[in-house]
Write a protein that binds this ligand. Structure first.
Ligand SMILES: [Zn+2]
Length: 688
């Protein structure tokens, strides 16, 4: 076992070569590393100490992470391979010319940081069988031509292999200065030096698939024929912290809507917009690729409809996110297999989660005015036009708040720019894949859907389908209709004591965790339904009990019937009906002590209750009659009590009460006294 120190370099996977880790030893030579020996989180350029068993790397330990640097002055060292086994060597002159194009490209794109990029050396290396040799063996042999040069961020070793089949097309190290190409194409050399600068491949993501290399704009894409690499994308400019990039970029605040005019890279003062999603830390970039100026020689600018593998790479607004694995260009499927990688006037980009929406307000040949909304404010994809000239409508399905036990509702909005005068095609909506219902949109393309049945709580899939018009494609839209479970309610009730003969009053309130329940409450006494009432907007009701209810205590039940969104509930309360007070009158035929008299007592009842019962008559301290039953019919009952010899004192009638009338002792105003002198005027007798 032995330990060798150096830097970890990565050769990213290319079309004809798998990913490979290398150790750049401190003595300047390269050695291949088994991927299993490299920690998963190792980054290219990291300083490492590698333990070997024989030639086999066992374990690499990172000593210091790679430093992020902004490029400065650079130097190219050119090696043209003279391979005696091949007939397709690239001459040193051709290699030098190729390198000059590459250095000019990176000086141009270096954004004020790559102040110079010269060719510091150029030579030929005899290497028979170079196409079969490993890249690191070739690099080691080529590097030996320039002893003392450290191959890093600043010093790039460009080795030109024979250009024919069977030879590597292009490789470059991440975290070192090594390039191997079997071509003089600028798209290859600029790309491999981009790897040397720490740039990963440009990805194209259309929301369904993500494809490495396929964002055909900047240098980190693949090579197509002899098309030139486009200008360095805004995300890579930011990664390299190029001074010019920051100066020509506007950084937006997340959660805002702003309209900006972006000029193509290299023109105007504002070339890119950056906004960072605080939730994910992902930086978003919006720029305009004009297909003119430095981009004029690119594949995407080659024709109006530059199309590769189903994706159109025309000029337009370009939306990307930077990730450690490379810059991701966000494309949008339009219709069928048609995918657009940029956005034209009137079109939208909205990311899958609706957090970033970019509307292209207008474009010129060199600029675009865009309205950028970030933070998820609900912008939906809008209609656009496909290459065929037919419109691609957008359907927006918006569920209306649903209640359990009620029919579901939703609105459907057709956005079809080909339609004028309301001549929309057929529109249908189905619920959970069931029978489609046909809707009739109004002149603005809006229609309302109502389910054919009441819905139980749950989540239902709404699928809208628009047949398109004569000048537009069909479109679909969908949404989930969520019917929440019925919410729990509770009822409180209280009853004040009622007096027999009057209505009782039960005060009810129905409550729920959210909102105020509506509907009906019913009052029950046992199995007898007493009354019902509709709740007020405050969720209350006052229920009246009959005046005929007899005195006593009743347990009453109050039931809330529930509503579309709310469960039923009930409670009980106690109502006490207290006995009413009767009216008792007393009359006497005489008030003279020891005289004969008839005392008449009348008891008037309340409501339906007559004054039945009995009366005890007292005069002074003497009881002259006990428990004499009242008689008669009607509400007022009476009794005549003969008294042979009136005792002295006040006449009192003690009424016994009955089921609904309370007992009462009436002190009459009649007082029995001695002989009374009747006044001549026949007035009221006076006591002597
Ligand atoms: Zn590459």
């Amino acid at each position: 076992m032995r330990t060798i120190d150096g830097h970890l370099l990565q050769v990213p996977a290319e079309a004809d070569h798998p990913e490979q880790w290398l150790l750049q030893r401190d003595d300047g030579t390269l050695q291949e590393l088994d991927a299993a020996a490299v920690p998963d989180d190792a980054t290219p350029g990291a300083q490492a100490s590698v333990t070997f068993a024989g030639e086999q790397a066992v374990r690499a330990s990172v000593v210091a992470e790679a430093q992020t640097r902004t490029p400065g002055p650079m130097h190219a060292y050119v090696v043209a391979i003279d391979d005696s086994t091949r007939t397709d060597d690239i001459s040193l002159a051709a290699a030098q010319a190729s390198t000059s194009a590459m250095t000019a490209y990176w000086q141009r794109e270096g954004g004020g940081a790559i102040e110079s990029f010269d060719t510091a050396g150029a030579t030929t290396l005899s290497y028979p069988g170079s196409c079969e040799a490993s890249a690191w063996d070739v690099w080691n042999a080529a590097a030996a031509k320039f002893p003392g040069v450290a191959w890093n961020w600043s010093n790039h070793l460009l080795v030109y292999l024979p250009a024919g089949s069977g030879c590597t097309f292009g490789l470059g190290t991440l975290g070192g200065g090594y390039v191997l190409v079997g071509t003089t194409l600028l798209s290859a050399t600029a790309h491999e030096v981009g790897h040397n600068l720490g740039l990963n491949h440009a990805w194209l993501d259309d929301g369904r698939t993500s494809r490495e290399y396929w964002a055909l704009y900047g240098p980190m894409a693949l090579s197509i024929n002899s098309y030139l690499p486009g200008k360095l994308d805004a995300g890579y400019r930011d990664q390299l912290a190029l001074p010019d990039a920051a100066a020509h970029r506007q950084d937006l605040t997340w959660g805002s809507t702003q309209t900006v005019t972006i000029t193509a890279q290299g023109a105007g003062t504002l070339n890119a917009v950056k906004v960072v999603d605080p939730g994910t830390g992902t930086p978003w970039y919006v720029e305009f690729r004009s297909g003119t100026g430095d981009d004029a020689g690119t594949y995407y600018a080659s024709s109006k409809d530059a199309k590769w593998d189903g994706t159109y790479h025309g000029a337009g607004v370009h939306v990307s996110t930077w990730t450690s694995g490379g810059l991701v260009t966000h494309a949008t499927p339009v219709v069928g297999t048609e995918v657009w990688a940029t956005y034209r006037a009137g079109e939208w980009f909205v990311d899958d989660e609706g957090r970033v929406a970019v509307q292209v307000v207008s474009t010129t040949t060199t600029s675009a005015t865009v309205r950028i909304t970030t933070g998820g404010t609900g912008d939906a994809p809008r209609s656009r036009w496909s290459r065929t000239g037919k419109a691609v409508p957008a359907l927006t399905v918006t569920p209306v708040t649903a209640l359990a036990g009620a029919r579901g509702r939703a609105t459907v909005q057709i956005d079809d720019p080909s339609v004028t005068g309301g001549a929309y095609g057929a529109l249908t909506v189905s619920l959970d894949g069931g029978t489609a219902q046909t809707l009739t949109p109004d002149a603005t393309g809006r229609a309302t859907w109502t389910s054919s049945r009441a819905l139980a709580p749950g989540t239902f899939a709404l699928a809208a389908s628009y047949a398109g018009s004569a000048s537009s494609w069909p479109a679909t839209g969908s949404a989930n209709l969520v019917v929440p479970a019925k919410s729990v309610t509770s009822v409180t009730a209280s009853a004040a004591d009622a007096t027999y003969g009057t209505q009782g009053k039960v005060t009810v309130r129905v409550s729920a965790a959210q909102g105020t329940p509506s509907g009906t409450v019913t009052l029950w006494s046992g199995s007898e339904k007493v009354t019902a009432k509709t709740l007020t907007s405050a969720g209350t009701a006052t229920l009246r009990t009959p005046a005929s209810w007899g005195a006593g205590t009743r347990t009453l039940t109050v039931k809330y019937a529930g509503s579309a969104g709310r469960r039923a509930s009930s409670t009980t309360t106690t109502l006490r009906v207290v006995k009413a007070t009767p009216r008792v009158t007393v009359a006497s035929t005489s008030t003279t002590k020891d005289a004969q008299s008839t005392v008449t007592v009348r008891v008037t009842g309340v409501g339906a209750q007559p004054g039945t019962g009995s009366v005890t008559l007292r005069i002074g301290s003497a009881t002259v009659a006990r428990d004499v039953q009242l008689t008669g019919s009607g509400l007022t009952r009476s009794v005549r009590i003969p008294v042979a010899k009136l005792p002295a004192g006040q006449i009192l009638a003690v009424y016994s009460g009955n089921a609904n009338l309370r007992p009462l002792t009436t002190k009459s105003s009649i007082v029995v006294t001695g002989a009374v002198a009747r006044p001549a005027d026949g007035g009221v007798p006076r006591a002597a």
